[in-house]
Structure formats: C-alpha cells, structure tokens
Write a protein that binds this ligand. Structure first.
Ligand code: ISL
Length: 543
C-alpha cells in the first residue's frame, strides 16, 4: 500500500500501556514491556499501534491527566525507551500513534500550579478557565455545567475563585482561546512527530472550544453528554462548537510539515451528522465512529449504521472507522453476552457481582462482530486483549478499583477498570506473564487459560482467528467500495461484497441460514453441513 495513505484502511491496535507488559516487575506495564511485545503485534498482523497516555501523571484518570506533555512517566520508562520502541516498531513495519489530551491537563501540570499561585485575572490563570462564583458570596458554581464523572464541573479554590473541569477536579480544562495554549500544543505535536510518531489520537476533540463570553451560559435543559442530545447547530456552550474546527485546521498545517504527513483520529462524542467535520483532509482525517459500541447486533440496524458511516466518510473525503471495544467500555465479549447487549447499566450497577451473562454466547457473537468489522472498508481499531476474547472482569474487589468513574460516583457506577486488567501472556507464573511483580489491578483466577501462550497455535482460539483474519484482510483488501449483495432482504443476515472478489456474510440470528456456494476463506465459528450457523460470520472468495 502507498505509504502516505496507509491509515485509510489500517488495523490499529490500542495499547493501554499500564496493562500491556511490565518489564521491571513493579506491577505497572511500561515502554520496554511494549517494545518486547511488538513482534507479537507484527505477527498478529496489525498495521499500527496506538498508545494510550504514557506521560507523567498522578493517574487520577489512568493517565488522561497529563502533567507534562513532552516526557514519559518515570514508572513507564524514559524518552530513550520511547525512541527505542518507535525504532523497533518501524523496523517491524508497524506505525506508531500516540494519544494527545488537549482538553485538560493534570492539576499537577506546571501551568496549573503556576495558575494556582497567581493572582485572579493574571496571564497564568488565563491558560485555564477561572471564574467567580454565583450567590451572595460567590459560594455557588459559575454555571450548572456537569462533569463527565459526576458532580459540578467547577471546583472552588481557597481564594474563592472556581476553575472548570469537564472531567475530574484533577483535570482542569485549558482555555483554547489563549494563543499560548495553542502554540504549546503545536510544539507538543512537533515534539512527538520529530521523534518519528506517525499519528495521533485526539482525546475529547469535541470539547476544546468553549463559549467563554461573559456571562457564561447555563446548559439548562439542553441535554448534557449524550451525542444525540447535543444541539445540531453547534450551539452547546462547550461540546462540539464550530470554533473547534479552527484548532484542527491549524493542527493539519503542523501534520503536513512532515513527510509523510502525520495522521490523526478524533475522539468526538457528537451527533453522527457532525462527526465527519472533524475528519476532513483539512482537519484530522478520521473520527471514531462509536456506533458499534452502542448498537445491538441487529442486522438492519447495523446495515443502516454502516451505510451512514460510509456515506458520511466518503462525503468528507475521509475513511470510515470501526470500534468494538476500547479502554472506556465493557469488553464486547461480555457486552454481547448480556441479555440486552445495549444495557450497559446492567453491568455498571452490578456492584461487584457478575451480571447475568452468557459467556460462551458473548464470545461467539463477539467473534462474529469482529469478522464483520474487519471486512468493512476503512480502519478498524482493536483494543488490546480482544484478540484473546478477554471478558470484562467483574470480580474486582472494591478496594482495587481505581477509575474515577467508580470513585467519584460514590460506588454507584462500577467504572472502567474491568477492561483494563493486565493482559495474560502465559498460562502460569507471576501475573500470567504480564511481569515478575504482580499487577496493578488483580487478574482473575484462571486468566492464564486465556493467555497468548494458551491460544498460540490452537486453531479454534480467538487469537488464531484474529491472526488469520488480519492476514487475509491484508491480502485481499482493495479499494474502499462496499456493495450489498442483491436481494439481502433477510433481516437476520448481512451480506456484502468487496472489490477483488471476496465477500462477507454475517448470520446475526438464532437460526441457521443458507451458505452461498463459494470458497470459504474464514469463519468465526465452525461451519458444517453447508449451512451458516447462528451467530456466525464468514468470508467467502467469489473471484
Ligand atoms: O463526555 C462524554 C460524552 O459526551 C464522554 O463519553 C467522554 O467524551 C469520554 O469519556 C472521553 O473519554 C476520553 O477522555 C476522558 C478519559 O477518561 C477517557 O479514558 C478517554 O477515552 C478524559 O480524558
């Protein structure tokens, strides 16, 4: 494939660094650990690796609270380790993407510490959002804005002023109207690009531009955080405002200083109709499409969602993206085993109890969804461990949970730790091969049975299905066209063709379906008797 547009149909593997591989036995995954496993990822057949934050951080939000954007957390390694990791990735033919967190820093960031010491109204405070409160003594928050982790989005300082944080209080929001903030992020993008990074994942891309005109506006009855509740005209005071696109047009100029140009993908929780604005060639190039994180495995619903995503991407000159799991959601092997696969709440509120869940059914449907996703045009983002069919870990004790979603909800929500449990690499031994010194989140009993070692070479294992699927995809993938097979009126199946003579049929129903006569390349579950079994996806060669 052309080196400049490798990303258009890439498979990108998300590494959550603290939970991937630990080289020094401190129980925390690190960069040398990642480097030591890059050969595994190259063998798996992915095109690129995206690293969630590895920057200095007190981990109030798993590293999405960055204290220094241009360094490595000492627990995870050094800049030299980073350079060695990039060099090894490139030697193996893997691209490297890093996570940029521009909406907020850690409160430990030097700029926020300076701001705390500085006078109200000073230049140092202008890099963040400080306001006086309401009420007779300013004792009420300046607005009714709510933090994504619950509670007011404002925290009051001893001097009586309040600062804005759309996430945890340890994550103060930047003021993107400030040219210094803009310049500093350009410098950060160049810093990592100069070190050879191929692209960026942009955290909370839809939040940077805020309506900071005095007096600040309340959100009132405008829905708060669900994308479909956001106004269509960009008039929300802080989400998905039109001004945010100026920032990314500016970033595109930086990306284009490099050869090949650096790429980027927006994490933007916005209405579908407004998502691809972030993904045009003048901006980031891609934006995550999170439909699959929320949709049921329902054929008509998925078909509509696929059509919309492809048409929107095409119209924007971007490519579509697909995501089944990431570090913020219930792993899809478990989600699809819930009685209602949309009902995340059932999981979140399960209070340490394993929710009603059919594990075998969940995994079967997860693998069917995976083969469907990997057959679609565009980029697929795969989350570490999904190639092992890892389930969400439900049985984490209360005192081991770390996610602010859990701590800040006072235990009402279970949080996102269950998908962040360190990976099992080996059947037995200390932390199942994650490292020699335990693991920062406890791994469940029997985790080793799901390990890379246990699945290696086992034809029926999820790992081998991913390997074969990725190798096959690499061999077959052609242009970005998708054509639905004529006469697909069966509401239980999806059937489409890709150019180059291959097609995908997914049976998303409880009944067997006829299997088209063609060479069977791959199937997510054993196929016998010329039928397509329930909850099974196949790839066929039709020439
Ligand atoms: O606010 C939301 C919806 O409108 C959330 O879905 C939010 O956009 C999402 O949680 C953002 O996630 C990212 O940024 C967070 C971090 O905790 C997550 O891990 C990260 O993926 C704050 O940096």
């Amino acid at each position: 494939r052309d080196t400049t547009d490798w990303w258009r149909q890439a498979v990108v593997y998300q590494v959550y660094p603290r939970s991937f591989a630990d080289s020094d036995g401190d129980g925390i995954g690190d960069l040398p650990g990642i480097t030591s496993r890059l050969a595994y990822l190259a063998g798996l057949g992915v095109d690129a690796v995206w690293l969630s934050p590895f920057y200095p951080s007190e981990l109030a939000d798993g590293g999405y609270d960055v204290a220094d954007y241009r360094d490595v957390d000492p627990r995870l390694g050094t800049l030299d380790d980073f350079d060695a990791m990039v060099a090894e990735a490139h030697r193996l033919g893997l691209k490297v993407m890093v996570d940029i967190v521009p909406n907020h820093s850690s409160h430990q960031h030097q700029w926020f510490q300076e701001a705390l010491r500085a006078e109200p109204g000073s230049a140092a405070r202008e890099r963040y959002v400080f306001r006086e409160g309401k009420g007779e003594h300013g004792e009420l928050p300046p607005t009714d804005w709510i933090s994504c982790f619950g509670g007011p989005a404002w925290t009051r300082l001893p001097d009586g002023w309040w600062y804005l944080h759309l996430f945890a209080p340890e994550q103060p929001d930047f003021n993107w109207d400030n040219p210094e903030v803009r310049a500093d992020f350009r410098q950060t993008l160049r810093f990592w690009s100069d070190r050879g990074v191929d692209g960026f994942r942009v955290d909370v891309a839809h939040g940077l531009a805020k309506d900071l005109a005095a007096p600040l506006r309340d959100i009132g009855t405008i829905g708060n955080y669900r994308p479909e509740d956001l106004p269509e005209d960009g008039s929300h005071p802080f989400w998905d405002r039109d001004e945010v696109h100026d920032i990314f047009r500016d970033w595109r100029k930086v990306f284009n200083e490099y050869d090949p140009p650096r790429i980027a993908v927006a994490e933007a929780w916005v209405r579908n109709s407004r998502r691809t604005a972030y993904a045009t060639p003048q901006e980031l190039g891609q934006a995550f499409n999170f439909d699959f994180l929320r949709a049921s495995l329902d054929a008509p619903e998925l078909r509509a969602s696929i059509d919309t995503a492809l048409a929107d991407a095409r119209a924007a000159g971007a490519t579509a993206t697909w995501v089944l799991s990431n570090h913020d959601v219930i792993r899809h092997a478990s989600r699809y085993g819930l009685p209602d696969d949309r009902d995340e709440e059932a999981w979140l509120l399960s209070d340490g109890q394993e929710p009603v869940l059919d594990r075998e059914f969940g995994l079967r449907r997860a693998l069917a969804a995976t083969l469907l996703m990997l057959a679609l045009p565009g980029s697929a983002y795969v989350y570490q461990g999904e190639e092992l069919g890892l389930p969400e870990v439900a049985e984490l004790s209360r005192d081991s949970l770390q996610d602010p979603v859990w701590t800040r909800s006072g235990g009402a929500l279970k949080g996102r730790d269950g998908c962040r449990v360190p990976l099992p690499w080996r059947r037995e031994g200390s932390s199942y091969g994650f490292g020699s010194g335990g693991s920062w989140l406890p791994q469940p009993q029997g985790w080793g049975a799901l390990s890379v070692e246990a699945q290696d070479g086992v034809a029926s294992a999820p790992l081998e299905l991913y390997r074969t699927a990725l190798a096959t995809r690499r061999r077959l993938v052609g242009d970005e066209a998708l054509e639905w097979a004529d006469g697909t009126t069966d509401p239980g199946t999806l059937h489409f063709r890709r150019s180059g003579g291959w097609e995908c049929v997914a049976n998303l129903s409880d009944e067997p379906r006829p299997l088209p006569a063609a060479e069977l390349l791959l199937s997510s579950a054993p196929v016998t008797g010329g039928q397509l079994p329930p909850w099974t996806t196949v790839w066929l060669r039709t020439t």
